[in-house]
Write a protein of this length. Structure first.
Length: 170
């Protein structure tokens, strides 16, 4: 059993121009952001909290369907944003047709539709940056450092810089 895990939260804020550039096909931007790495030993319950905030360089790419994260030596991280993939939503509701159904049929249909959405949520994609926010996870198992095996989970949050500026107090 692997008892050691690394949890890293990455926060990156982009200007509107950087978001537009990144959303172009094969778009790429380089920006400074920060991460908070926390080591957890499941066997003992020990953690490295409170964790230190680490400022680093992020090179963001909009070039694929699978979210990936790579270390750029000690400088920072290279992140490949998730793409749209092959996910598609259920068919549009036909309210005219549904109005002809009995109450029980509508209720059953809507329950099934809700169940579908619960089991098939829209996966994160770079397109969500059009609305100013994207969050996704990258899990890596069987990582090694100094001969010690561990699992890593990276939570990446990319937001419009207006979100950061709006949260500042005076």
């Amino acid at each position: 059993m692997n008892n050691l895990a690394l949890f890293v939260t990455h926060s990156v804020f982009l200007t509107e121009e950087q978001i537009k550039s990144l959303l172009e096909p094969n778009g790429c931007v380089e920006v400074v952001g920060h991460c908070v790495p926390v080591w957890v030993n499941a066997k003992t319950g020990n953690t490295t909290e409170p964790a230190s905030e680490v400022f680093c360089v992020y090179k963001l790419h909009n070039s694929g369907n699978i979210a990936q994260l790579k270390n750029l030596t000690k400088k920072g991280f290279e992140i490949f944003l998730p793409g749209n993939g092959d996910w598609s939503p259920p068919e549009e509701l036909n309210l005219e047709r549904m109005s002809l159904w009995s109450s029980e049929e509508r209720t059953l249909f809507l329950k099934e539709r809700d169940k579908w959405w619960f089991n098939n949520p829209k996966p994160p994609s770079a397109d969500q940056l059009k609305n100013g926010y994207l969050r996704f996870e990258v899990k890596k198992t069987k990582q090694r450092t100094k001969g010690i095996q561990y699992s890593a989970q990276h939570i990446v949050e990319i937001a419009d810089v207006k979100r950061l500026l709006g949260s500042l107090t005076t």
